[in-house]
Design a binder for this molecule. Structure first.
Ligand code: NAD
Length: 497
C-alpha cells in the first residue's frame, strides 16, 4: 500500500536532535532514542540524551554568560527578541510540518500553536517597559531617606517541557527568562525534540551572545541533574502532576525558585440558556482538537436540566463527522495520540468506565486507519451516564473521548466540576450573566471560559492553574513571568552631602 506520507510535502528533519550551547550544535553522550511519527510508526530521527557531564558543561556556559548579559541594557536585549520573532516567523511553515510529523496534531493546530508561542516573544520584547514596574518609589520615608524597588535577574533558569505543545510551551519561558537578563537552558520533551531543534535554528540565526540561550536533550535523569545543579537559580516546569510535584519538591529542597504546571481535568457545563448552535461546535473543538491532548481540553460535559437531550444529540452528530487521519492532510480533524502506550491507557480508562456503569455511545477504541495501520489512532469516543465517582470523571483522559453527565441545576454541576483534584480550566456555556458570575466565583480553576472552550490566556496574561494543576506561586506568561524571573530588591537610600 502506498504510504500517503509521500504525497504530502514533508519537511527535512534533523538527523539527530542535538544540544545547543555557546552558539554551537553539540552531540550529547548518553543513549540514543528513536523519534517516531505517531501516524505510521516511522522513525523520523533520533534524540541524543545528555549525561550529567553534558548538562554541567551547558550550565557552566550559561553561568559564564550571565554577568555580561545582565549588564546588557534591556532595550538591547529586546532587540534580540524582535529578531527572534522574525526568525521564527520565517520558519513557521517548516516548524509546523516538523511538529505535525513528530506529534501528530493537524497542520492548522501546529500553526496556531506556533502563533501562540510567538505572541510570548512579542510580549517579552516589551521588557524595558515591564521592568520599570516594581513595588514603586517613595520619597522621604524618613528624613532625607528615599526608598524604591528594582527588579534584578537571578542567574541561570531552566524550563522542562511536555510533549503536547512542542513549539509553544518552550516559548512560554525562553523569551521572558532572557528578556529579564537571565540566561536559559531548555530541556524539551524527549518524545518531540525536533520542533525545538528548528526553534533553536532561529535562536542561532539571531546570534544571542554565547551561553545566553541553550538546549539540552534527555529524559528524567537529565531533569534531575538540572534540578539538583547548584548553578541553576530557578525552574519552570510543565507536564503531568506527579512529575510537577517531584520538580516542585526537589527544586525547593535545593533552594531554587520554581513554577510547576501539572495535569488537568476540565469540565464544561451547558446551561439551559446556552445557544447550542454556537456552543456545540466550540465544545467539539475543545474535546477532540489536538486529539484531546491539551491541558485545556474539555473531557467532561455536563448538561443542566432540559438542555441535556438536545445537547447530547448535537454532540453525537458532530463528533461522528470528525475525520481521523494524518495531520498533514487538510481533511483531517483528529490526529493520532502520541504513543501506543498512550492509546492503550485511554482504552483502559474507557473500558473501566463501562464496567463502572457508563454507556458507550460512540466507540473509537478499535479505530484503524486504512492507510496508516500502524498509527496510534483512536476514533472519536463518547460516553454517557458518567458520574463523578467514576475514574474517568476524575482522571485526565488526554485523548479524543467525551464524557456526558447531566445534573438538575447549576449548583450540582459546580459540585461535580470541583470534585476533581485538578484546577486547570473550566467552561460555562450560558446566556445569563448571573450564572457566569456564579461560575467564576465558585469554580476552583485557574482559567475560566464563558462560552469559550479552550480558555488559553493571551501572552500578556498569566496562565492560571490551581490544586494539583499548579505547584508554585507565580505562573507562566505576562507579568507573573516577569516577577518569576526577577528578584525585587529594595533600596533605602540616604545621602549625607
Ligand atoms: P511528563 O510529565 O511525562 O513529561 C514532562 C517533562 O518531564 C518531560 O520533559 C520529561 O522528560 C520530564 N519527565 C518525565 N518523567 C520524569 C521524571 N520521573 N522525573 C523527572 N522528569 C521527568 O508529561 P507529558 O506526558 O510530556 O505531558 C502531558 C502532561 O502535561 C499532561 O498531564 C498535561 O495536562 C500536562 N500539561 C500541563 C499544562 C499546563 O499548563 N498545566 C500544559 C501542557 C501540558
Amino acid at each position: 500500500m502506498q504510504n500517503k506520507q509521500s504525497q504530502v510535502e514533508a519537511t527535512d528533519l534533523p538527523e539527530a536532535a542535538r544540544n545547543y550551547t555557546n552558539g554551537e550544535w553539540v552531540s550529547a553522550n548518553g543513549e540514543t532514542e528513536s523519534v517516531t511519527n505517531p501516524v505510521n510508526g516511522e522513525s523520523l530521527s533520533t534524540v541524543q540524551y545528555s549525561t550529567n557531564e553534558d548538562v554541567n558543561a551547558v550550565v557552566d556556559n550559561a553561568k559564564e554568560a550571565f554577568q555580561s548579559w545582565r549588564e546588557t541594557p534591556p532595550v538591547e536585549r529586546s532587540q534580540y527578541l524582535f529578531d527572534l520573532k522574525r526568525a521564527l516567523e520565517d520558519r513557521e511553515d517548516e516548524i509546523a510540518r516538523a511538529l505535525t510529523r513528530e506529534h501528530g496534531k493537524t497542520l492548522g493546530e501546529a500553526k496556531g500553536e506556533i502563533r501562540r508561542g510567538i505572541e510570548n516573544v512579542e510580549v517579552a520584547a516589551g521588557i524595558p517597559n515591564m521592568l520599570r514596574e516594581g513595588s514603586g518609589t517613595a520619597e522621604d520615608v524618613a528624613e532625607d531617606v528615599d526608598e524604591f524597588s528594582l527588579r534584578q535577574p537571578l542567574g541561570v533558569f531552566t524550563a522542562i517541557t511536555p510533549f503536547n505543545f512542542p513549539a509553544m510551551i518552550p516559548l512560554w519561558f525562553l523569551p521572558y527568562a532572557v528578556a529579564t537578563g537571565n540566561t536559559f537552558v531548555l530541556k524539551p520533551s524527549e518524545r518531540v525534540p525536533l520542533s525545538s531543534q528548528l526553534i533553536f535554528d532561529a535562536v542561532d540565526e539571531v546570534d544571542f551572545p554565547d551561553g545566553v540561550v541553550n538546549l539540552v536533550n534527555g529524559g528524567a535523569e537529565t531533569v534531575n541533574t538540572l534540578l539538583e545543579h547548584d548553578d541553576i537559580a530557578g525552574v519552570s516546569f510543565v507536564g503531568s502532576s506527579p512529575v510537577a510535584k517531584h520538580v516542585y519538591q526537589t527544586a525547593a529542597e535545593t533552594g531554587k525558585r520554581v513554577q510547576a504546571q501539572g495535569g488537568a481535568k476540565n469540565y464544561a457545563v451547558v446551561s439551559e440558556s446556552a445557544e447550542l448552535e454556537d456552543a456545540v461546535p466550540n465544545i467539539i473543538g475543545s474535546v477532540y482538537g489536538n486529539a484531546g491532548q491539551r491541558c485545556l481540553a474539555t473531557d467532561v460535559v455536563i448538561g443542566v436540566g432540559e438542555v441535556y437531550d438536545d445537547l447530547r444529540t448535537q454532540l453525537i452528530d458532530q463528533a461522528e463527522q470528525l475525520a481521523v487521519g494524518n495531520g498533514l492532510e487538510s481533511e483531517t480533524d483528529v490526529g493520532p495520540v502520541i504513543t501506543p502506550d498512550s492509546r492503550d491507557r485511554i482504552v483502559e480508562l474507557v473500558d473501566d468506565a463501562i464496567d463502572q456503569g457508563a454507556e458507550l455511545v460512540l466507540d473509537g477504541r478499535d479505530f484503524e486507519h486504512p492507510e496508516y495501520p500502524d498509527g496510534n489512532f483512536l476514533g472519536p469516543t463518547l460516553l454517557e451516564n458518567v458520574t463523578p465517582d467514576m475514574d474517568i470523571a476524575q482522571e485526565e483522559i488526554f485523548g479524543p473521548v467525551l464524557c456526558l453527565m447531566s445534573t438538575d441545576d447549576l449548583d450540582e454541576a459546580i459540585d461535580a466540576v470541583n470534585s476533581t483534584k485538578y484546577g486547570n480550566a473550566s467552561s460555562l456555556y450560558t446566556e445569563r450573566g448571573g450564572e457566569a458570575r456564579q461560575y467564576r466565583y465558585e469554580v476552583d480553576a485557574g482559567n475560566i471560559g464563558v462560552n469559550i472552550g479552550v480558555c488559553a490566556p493571551m501572552a500578556f496574561f498569566h496562565f492560571g492553574g490551581r490544586k494539583e494543576s499548579f505547584f508554585g506561586d507565580l505562573h507562566a506568561q505576562g507579568e507573573d513571568a516577569v516577577n518569576f524571573y526577577t528578584e525585587k530588591t529594595i533600596v533605602i537610600e540616604r545621602w549625607f552631602n
